[in-house]
Design a protein around this ligand. Structure first.
Ligand code: PHB
Ligand code: FE
Length: 318
């Protein structure tokens, strides 16, 4: 492409932000500052920001750069949630239309992702993102996020996974039983009663750190995900999130959402349940592939209720 740099990659401009990549790094600059970050981590974060439509609250790519979702518009920032940047008044933020940011991020992801690199895959299951530009990987980066209307496996809803559908059991879950429950509904209730083997479903996920919505009851969303290596983003909550560790373990670093000051470490083992408060940021480390259930509350009035103090940040006191 004519505007590609010496490594074959295009540069991108979003408001005052300028993005370039070379063989190893993404470089970001803005009026008054610049930042460099490893391109593997950057692409993994970018993938999730695009795929999740900026997610709930704040997506920190690292301690400096990220996005804060205002559901229609998005703050793109550098140093906004970094105590050091803030103390020196070096932070920079632009509020932009979500669609505009997402379109540019998607274009950047397309151009910067090389053939053989899947930003959703565990590092042990994918090729390298590094080096000069080498092909592309549209199949990996255009996956549609799985969001059930009612429940995975119901008629007309997201399908269950199977070998036949091209979803083999992951190498680390070969011991997970694959039998399905029997459902005997009363006549007339065949479309209302449903059950499936959640462990079997999750054991066949080919992606990591990518919750898919498996059941929806009003604002209650039960999400399933398999985790391996590091959650690429440092997620700043704008509501409480419940975690149920279904297998193996994840180590969580938990920090103050706004400053990044360390608040807690939580090592969650199979069977552990945690309520992540609404005023934290967190990043998880999964030493081997594990199963995590994330319970989200999609009520759009929650961010304001927490921000104004109408609701307290932690839902339970022990
Ligand atoms: C989170 O930030 O709460 C989160 C994101 C992705 C996951 C798990 C947890 O896979
Ligand atoms: Fe989170």
């Amino acid at each position: 492409m004519s505007d590609a740099n010496e490594y074959g990659y295009r540069s991108f401009q979003l408001g005052g932000f300028h993005f370039t990549r070379d063989e190893y790094f993404a470089h970001i600059s803005w009026p008054g500052g610049s930042h460099t970050t490893a391109v593997d981590a950057f692409l993994r974060s970018l993938m999730r920001d695009v795929s999740w439509n900026f997610f709930y609250g704040i997506v920190n790519f690292d301690a400096v750069f990220g996005t804060a979702n205002h559901y229609g518009t998005v703050d793109v920032f550098a140093g906004l949630y970094n105590a050091g940047y803030r103390a020196q008044n070096k932070h920079y933020v632009e509020n932009l239309k979500s669609d505009e940011v997402r379109a540019l991020f998607a274009e950047m992801l397309t151009d910067w992702t090389n053939e053989g690199f899947d930003p959703f895959a565990a590092p042990a299951e994918t090729g390298t993102p590094f080096g000069p530009k080498r092909g592309s990987n549209p199949k990996a980066i255009n996956r549609k996020r799985l969001v059930a209307a009612r429940m995975t496996g119901m008629k007309g809803d997201i399908a269950l996974r199977s070998d036949a559908a091209g979803n083999p059991v992951n190498r680390q879950f070969l011991d997970v039983p694959q039998d399905e429950p029997e459902v005997h509904a009363e006549p007339g209730f065949e479309n209302e009663v449903h059950a499936f083997n959640f462990f079997a479903y999750v054991s066949r996920s080919d992606v990591t750190w990518n919750p898919s919505v498996c059941s929806v009851v009003k604002d209650s969303q039960v999400c399933a995900t398999t985790e391996e290596f590091i959650l690429p983003i440092i997620h700043g909550n704008d509501r409480v999130e419940w975690f149920v560790q279904l297998s193996d373990e994840i180590h969580w670093d938990i920090q103050d959402r706004d400053t990044g000051a360390p608040r807690a470490r939580a090592v969650m083992k199979a069977g552990d349940v945690a309520a992540m408060p609404a005023d934290i940021r967190h990043q998880g480390y999964s030493p081997k592939r594990s199963m995590l259930l994330v319970w989200e509350n999609a009520d759009s009035t929650l961010p304001e209720k927490y921000a104004s103090g109408k609701l307290k940040a932690n839902p339970v006191d022990f």
